[in-house]
Every structure is written in C-alpha cells, then in structure tokens.
Design a protein around this ligand. Structure first.
Ligand code: C2E
Ligand code: CA
Ligand code: CA
Ligand code: CA
Length: 275
C-alpha cells in the first residue's frame, strides 16, 4: 500500500527527536565545560617551505568531556556557534592563547581561529585589545584566522572589525581559502596578510591535476596580490616537494607536526630544521 506522506514522514520523527535531544545536551555540556576546565589549547607548527624553519603556530581548541572524552571541534564548534556559546568560549581562547604565547621562550607568531559569529560582534576588537594587554603580548605576534563565510554574513560589520583589529598591529589570515564563494571580491575588498589553502586541495594534489591547478591558481593569486600563501594538510614529502616546485611559501600539516600541548620549555628547545 502507498504510505501517506504523513506516515512516511513520521517514521523519521523519533530519530529527529533523538538528534535534537543530543544537540541540546551537547549544548548544556558546552555551557558547563568552561567552569569544569574541560577546554585546552593545542598548537600546530607552521613552517617555511624552502627550509622548514618554524614561523609560528596555530592554536586549536580541544574539549575533553568529563564522560565522553575528547570531542573534536568539528562536532562542537557548530553547536557552540548556534547557541552563541562560541562568544564566551572564543574569548577564553583568545585570552588563553595570548597568555601562553607571552610565556614562550621564542617570540613565534600565534594564529587563533575566530568564528564568523565572533567577527560580527561590535566588541570583538575590544576583546582582542584586552587579551593582548592583559597578557602583555605584542600585537605583531598575534594573527587571527577567519573563513570566507565570516565576511559574507555581514560584510560591513566584519570589514569594520577587521580594520580595527589590523590597526592594533594584529595580522589577519583568510582560512580554508578556495572552499567559499566570492573569493576574489572578498580578497580585494580587504587587505589580508596571508592566504591559507584549504586542506582538501592538498589531499587530491598527487592524484588529480584539478587540485594541483587550484593550488597553482591560489599561488598565482597570492603572487599578484603580494600575499604569502600557506598550504594546510601537508602530510608527505611528496606534498612538500610539489609545494616547493610551485613556490608556495608556508606549510602546515602532520609532516611537520601534529597539534600538541606546548609548555614554554618545549618551545625553548623546539628543534629548528636548520640547526
Ligand atoms: P582549521 O582551522 O582548518 O584547522 C586545521 C585542522 O586540520 C585542524 O583540525 C588540524 O588538526 C587538522 N590538520 C592539520 N594538519 C593536518 C594534516 O596534515 N592532515 C589532516 N588530516 N588534518 C590536519 P582540528 O583541530 O580538528 O580543528 C578543526 C576545525 O575546528 C578547524 O579547522 C577550525 O575550523 C575549528 N576550530 C579549531 N579550534 C578552534 C577555535 O579555537 N575557534 C574556532 N572558532 N574554531 C576552531
Ligand atoms: Ca584555521
Ligand atoms: Ca584551515
Ligand atoms: Ca579547514
């Protein structure tokens, strides 16, 4: 018999209910996570393609849930954005990273991911200013990473905030480049300091010429705008060799190091590729 539309729809209801409950309890747990000290920051090294020397680190958030263990950011950043919890969490990240970086023995740059939701808050530049001042970190050591979608949602507000943040002396990188829309428009309407090519293009780079052409195109764009380009997700020597051939400036990925906890003593002894 033909199922009525309502009947077939209702088959999904228990599942949707379950999903909604899960999401709600994840958000409830997120709300508690800061008080419970469940967040932590790990750092992934960024290196020069030419000689492998360390240029800086990207800070990445980790959530160690009391009972569920490690929950990846790809699972909790979305819900944190939807609930607005990304605002207190993002502020915590900024403050924490500035404080940690200020204690490093070597004055490497540190890059922090800033959510589109944070980027359109009028007080973001004040939060960045305070985080720098409280930590005593030089603004030139901080970079913020934003995605293209961040700028599309409320372009005027985003660009206004980015200008104020840049005026502090903080640099701005465009993250996951190539995955969004209006790339050229966005790039030209704001003076970014760096382009990060999304990991997905590196993943295909050995297998298909399509990915390779995209990497080449982004590098060409970087050259014409006079912007350094960083390739994410560099996992093999082969990846690195290709980037060398194409004159890519910077690279980040498991080949150089996984994201890890860094204490100031780790950093003092961090091996430089050319020592
Ligand atoms: P992202 O900003 O594109 O960060 C790079 C991601 O790629 C990280 O995943 C990193 O661990 C992973 N990765 C680095 N090298 C390699 C590699 O060679 N191979 C592979 N397969 N993966 C690699 P992670 O830490 O799970 O973070 C995922 C995403 O969550 C980030 O993507 C970023 O969008 C978001 N995120 C992380 N921390 C924060 C944060 O503090 N604030 C905000 N708003 N978002 C964050
Ligand atoms: Ca990033
Ligand atoms: Ca990225
Ligand atoms: Ca990404």
């Amino acid at each position: 018999a033909k199922a009525s539309p309502l009947r077939s729809w209702s088959r999904f209801l228990p599942e949707m209910d379950e999903e909604m409950r899960e999401r709600r309890s994840l958000q409830a747990d997120l709300r508690l996570a800061m008080d419970r000290n469940e967040f932590d920051i790990v750092y992934q090294v960024q290196c020069a393609v030419s000689d492998g020397r360390v240029l800086g680190y990207e800070a990445l958030l980790r959530w160690n849930h009391a009972t569920l263990g490690e929950i990846p950011p790809t699972e909790f950043i979305g819900p944190a954005e939807e609930s607005g919890l990304i605002l207190p969490i993002g502020e915590w990240v900024l403050r924490r990273v500035c404080r940690e970086a200020a204690s490093w023995a070597n004055p490497y740059k540190v890059a922090v991911n800033v959510s589109p939701v944070q980027l359109v808050q009028p007080n973001l530049p004040d939060i960045v200013t305070e985080a720098l001042l409280d930590a005593g970190l030089s603004p030139s050591r901080l970079e913020i990473e934003i995605t293209e979608s961040a700028i599309i949602s409320d372009k005027l507000r985003a660009l206004h905030n980015l200008r104020r943040i840049k005026n502090l002396g903080v640099s701005v990188a465009i993250d996951d480049f190539g995955t969004g829309y209006s790339s050229l428009d966005t790039l030209s309407s704001f003076a970014f300091d760096k382009i990060k090519i999304d990991r997905s293009f590196l993943m295909g780079v050995k297998k298909d010429s399509h990915s390779r052409n995209i990497v080449k195109a982004v590098l060409g764009l970087g050259r014409s705008l006079n912007l350094p380009v960083l390739a994410e997700g560099v996992e093999t020597e082969e990846d690195l060799e290709l980037l060398r051939q194409e004159n890519c400036h910077e690279a980040q990925g498991y080949l150089f190091g996984r994201p890890q906890k860094l204490s100031s003593s780790d950093l003092a002894s961090h091996p430089q590729a050319d020592d």
